[in-house]
Design a protein around this ligand. Structure first.
Ligand SMILES: Nc1ncnc2c1ncn2[C@@H]1O[C@H](COP(=O)(O)OP(=O)(O)OP(=O)(O)O)[C@@H](O)[C@H]1O
Length: 239
């Protein structure tokens, strides 16, 4: 963490956050460069989801500094933050089960130029193409819901994506598919912050990992230095 990073797109500095009176973020510091995939790793309750919510302004009671492309966002509203080209794919996915796949895809507002067309979405997610007309009452699998949730934020034109535990509860073959999608998005120039519990998955897609513990970032480990840091990570994560 000592070496300054070049080409920094998101810079989070001494981020504090509260749910009412409950102080849960106690000094989150991390940086993300253009085009990187970076993970936030940590035990349950460490503050990873809250960090994503604070970046989006959804956790409104926050302090410190969050700059994106040089713009200070700490006092901005979620709507204004989204318009800078940042999108969150929440853990609960937020799929409307009464709408078809295609109707779900049509929901998000366009916040920037360059949102992916529905055709391009179907190229990236062939399963969604097959299910596009599935409508009311048709239940999508967990993997399909996750893909739809990611696909939906790609429609907005956001190029900076916050993904909250996209692999949670999914079968290994689907996890692999999501890994391929994340790599494809990186190749297309997207920048991604990933909250993950699945450490093997995180290692397969990310450039760097930040460790979150009790509302603070306590370490940064480049992906190519994971092996020599395995014991340390094991202690942090309690795995
Ligand atoms: N809506 C809420 N109201 C009050 N406290 C909350 C709320 N959501 C989370 N917290 C608390 O904030 C702290 C950080 O939780 P957070 O969900 O950010 O952790 P996390 O690292 O994402 O873990 P998990 O993987 O369990 O989601 C925890 O102590 C949690 O109990």
């Amino acid at each position: 963490m000592t070496e300054p990073l070049s080409n920094v797109l998101l810079k989070v500095k001494d981020l504090q956050g509260w749910y009412d009176e409950s102080h849960v973020l106690h000094g989150i510091d991390f940086e993300v460069r253009q085009g990187e995939v970076v993970t936030l790793l940590g035990r349950n309750g460490a503050g990873k989801t809250s960090t994503l919510l604070a970046i989006m302004g959804i956790l409104a009671k926050r302090a410190g500094s969050i700059t994106f492309n040089g713009t200070e966002m700490i006092s901005l509203q979620p709507r204004q933050i989204a318009r800078l080209g940042i999108a969150l794919c929440p853990e609960e996915r937020g799929i409307f089960s009464s709408l078809s796949v295609e109707e779900n895809l049509m929901l998000p507002p366009r916040i920037a130029d360059g949102g992916l067309s529905v055709e391009r979405i179907y190229d990236l997610f062939p399963n969604l193409y097959e299910r596009r007309k599935s409508s009311q009452g048709t239940k999508l699998s967990g993997g399909e819901q996750q893909m739809l949730a990611i696909a939906r934020i790609l429609r907005t034109g956001a190029k900076f994506l916050l993904l909250d535990e996209p692999t949670e509860g999914l079968a290994p073959v689907i996890v692999q598919q999501i890994g391929r999608t994340i790599k494809a998005l990186k190749d297309e120039g997207f920048t991604i912050v990933l909250v993950e519990q699945n450490f093997r998955f995180a290692a397969s897609v990310a450039d760097r990992h930040y460790v979150v513990d009790q509302g603070k970032v306590v370490d940064m480990i480049p992906n190519d230095q994971l092996e020599e840091n395995a014991q340390k990570l094991h202690d942090y994560l309690g795995v």
